[in-house]
Design a protein around this ligand. Sequence first.
Ligand SMILES: Cc1cc2nc3c(=O)[nH]c(=O)nc-3n(C[C@H](O)[C@H](O)[C@H](O)COP(=O)(O)OP(=O)(O)OC[C@H]3O[C@@H](n4cnc5c(N)ncnc54)[C@H](O)[C@@H]3O)c2cc1C
Length: 414
Amino acid sequence: MPIDFELSAGSQISLEHYNKIAREQMRPISRKYDLEEHTLPTEWVDYWWSEGRKGPQDKGAFQNDGFVTVCLQAEELCWGDAGLYLRMPTPALGGSAVSAAGTKEQRSKFMNAFREEGGHPIWGAMAITEPNAGSDSAAIETTADYDEATGEYVLNGTKIFCTAGEGAATVDGGFVVVWATIDKSAGRGGIKSFVVPANTPGMELIGCEKKLGIRASDTATLRFEDCRVPAENLLGSSEVKKKDPKKSGANPKDKGFKGAMATFDASRPIVAAMATGIGRAALDFLKEELERQGVEIRYDAPPRELTAIERDVIEMEAELRAARLLTWRAAWMMNSGKPNNLEASMAKAKAGLAVTKITQKAVQLLGPVGYSKKLLVEKWMRDAKINDIYEGTQQINQLIVARRILDYPSAMLR
Ligand SMILES: Cc1cc2nc3c(=O)[nH]c(=O)nc-3n(C[C@H](O)[C@H](O)[C@H](O)COP(=O)(O)OP(=O)(O)OC[C@H]3O[C@@H](n4cnc5c(N)ncnc54)[C@H](O)[C@@H]3O)c2cc1C
């Protein structure tokens, strides 16, 4: 079977367009918002809302590659700055959840505001993680009790580490997708996701994390106290499928938990692309610096003749390319409607580890100047690490890959 790695003309145009944005809009303010954590990067947010989100205007009739193009955009913009990328006014993970588990009506109800011209910047977010539930998302304790008298769900619980949570919870027009259980006795079957519009009474922003990297991104703690949302804000079915004791894992007929988990099949390739962007930023800079110093990388020299630096750079390049190809494959499968749970986790696990190795090596090879805040390389090293933690840690994604390859249910491999 022939394999076509050629990007379509539309993707090529997008790639150049987002690279220009990364160079001209993001890089110049990258250090500023790394230092000024918790300050809204107004110039970037306003630019994205008024201009950036329109995409390339000169694309004409050229087709892009759908979800692969989304990953290209993530790579280019994170080459610019990953923290600013995460602070863009977009539906983000909240949007992925609505797309994965919501109905057509819900998609237009909650997502249209992000497409409308004018207005003010708004954000979407997804809140799964809690003080006692992270990797094991089925252990979440936030409850959603149905109030028959009003036809509303009443949410109670605390969510932590919610990316874009500050904007999504407090700026009218945005929303947070909150995972909660409607029936604890049903385990995973009882877990559903709910769209909580910004400023809904009972949803409170407690504060934002101080972080190692991606410091331009707001990572919020949100408390829900008798927070009421209409029943129509439940994504997917309200039916609770009790777990078959002979089986483990998500009940395939349960759209609620399964739908929510499907969010990750879309979001993990994007995180892998983000990681690739940060890794490429460090590698590009390293190669330019080596060139300035007169060091040539001989890609075609026999291995026994390579210097240590050449070997390191070639290895970094290979890691990056492998991560990118896995990412594009997972994205392409998503595009084609093929189940990509295995490939999404493979891409995320590979890219998360590759970017931490590549950025650390870049700091190492540049020596003390690489460690200095005069350059952005130390920042990229700090920004890299999160890609191996959120959207499923390295270990969790490896576990998913093993389960899928071996066809083991989660109870047999945990
Ligand atoms: C900056 C940032 C942004 C985030 N954004 C969001 C967001 O937008 N929404 C959201 O819901 N969450 C978000 N998170 C949370 C993130 O997804 C979780 O931190 C992550 O899933 C890990 O969960 P945990 O923190 O409970 O760690 P734990 O699950 O306690 O993991 C601790 C360690 O144990 C390992 N471990 C756990 N279980 C296993 C196992 N079965 N086998 C092997 N090793 C295991 C993990 O790999 C990890 O190394 C964010 C986190 C950060 C830091």
